[in-house]
Ligand binder design. Structure first.
Ligand SMILES: [Zn+2]
Length: 333
């Protein structure tokens, strides 16, 4: 048994993973990122102690939302974990538990999980995209996790799709994440709902005699969130899209388009045989996949016999903890 940990801006997931990559037990803790790394790592330590009781645990693997120095297990500039810059996660957890500890960027852990046990099995060249509040990526190149000179390779979220685009939280402009990250999708959704309400109101004021025109339903998102916009989340957008709400579908389609543009660049650079869209994709499902595929396949260089498929991950939210437990074995030295 090994313990896999996935540290995100909101939650920390901890799992006991067996030799065949199955999760035998899982826990979820609040990260409370604003309190800094100290209390969070202490909570983690207690959680690990509980999970280990009566089990033979060999090692700990940790995926962290941010750049991670794999060799030293130190976190670098994590946008969703304020105050964690420079935190020696490896050293602290090793000291607490006495076990070997391996750390990596969370998207790399997801990539490893999907490659070894999920939708990427058997691939020699694979790219895995993770979609959450951040947009992450990881690459398997020639059967190895590809890390780059600074352990910063595969950062799909900060590849540029609009040269003069909106300012991203990384400081750059026109990044994929600025358009397809969950926070930004939700922000766009709220703006659209607001605009729809305003349109309906203007309409009613202008032409009260043509009642029939506004009989068209305003749609699920507008109806449900008109009076409580701040409650609208990614899950609601996914739910509404599955129920074929027009506004939600449009948002999901746009997201697929932006991600697709990023992936066109990935295909040109890495030439993977499979792209896995992993992580908890917030239930955006088929409409997202349709838009991603449409964008990618209409834009990549096509030649007879080109191998490329785009699929959803199979491990869902467990991918990160499962993959983290295999970092020790699969991380290049
Ligand atoms: Zn960026």
């Amino acid at each position: 048994m090994d313990i896999g940990i996935d540290i995100g801006g909101t939650n920390m997931k901890v799992g006991l993973v067996d030799a065949r990559g199955r999760v035998a037990a899982r826990r979820r803790l609040a990260t409370k990122a604003s309190e800094g790394p100290g209390p969070a790592l202490e909570r983690l330590g207690r959680c690990i102690a509980g999970l280990r009781k009566g089990k033979r645990v060999k090692s700990i693997g940790v995926g962290i939302a941010g750049l991670v120095d794999h060799a030293r297990g130190v976190v670098r500039i994590p946008p969703n974990l304020p105050g964690w810059d420079g935190t020696k996660v490896q050293e602290v957890l090793k000291h607490m538990t006495g076990l070997p500890v391996h750390c990596a960027n969370d998207a790399n852990a997801v990539t490893l999980g999907e490659w070894l046990y999920g939708a990427g099995r058997g691939c020699r060249n694979l790219f895995c995209l993770t979609l959450g509040s951040g947009v992450g990526g990881g690459a398997i190149v020639n059967n190895k996790l590809f890390l780059g000179a600074n352990h910063a390779a595969g950062e799909l979220g900060h590849t540029v799709i609009f040269g003069n685009g909106l300012v991203c939280r990384c400081g750059g402009r026109g990044c994929v994440e600025r358009y397809a990250g969950a926070d930004y999708i939700v922000r766009r959704a709220r703006q659209r709902v607001k605009a729809a309400i305003k349109r309906a109101r203007d309409h009613r004021n202008q032409i009260p005699m043509f009642k029939g025109i506004m009989d068209k339903k305003p749609g699920m998102l507008v109806e449900k969130f008109a009076t409580r916009l701040s409650r609208l989340t990614m899950k609601d957008i996914g739910r509404a899209a599955r129920a074929k709400d027009r506004l939600a579908l449009k948002l999901v389609e746009e997201t697929g388009y932006y991600l697709g543009l990023g992936l066109v660049n990935v295909v040109a650079l890495y030439d993977p045989e499979r792209i896995v869209i992993g992580g908890g994709v917030s239930g955006l499902g088929r409409p997202l996949m349709r838009a991603v595929r449409k964008t990618v396949f209409s834009r990549i260089q096509f030649f007879p016999g080109r191998r490329l498929e785009i699929v959803f991950g199979r491990l869902g939210n467990d991918a990160g903890i499962i993959g983290a437990t295999r970092l020790g074995k699969h991380m290049p030295a």
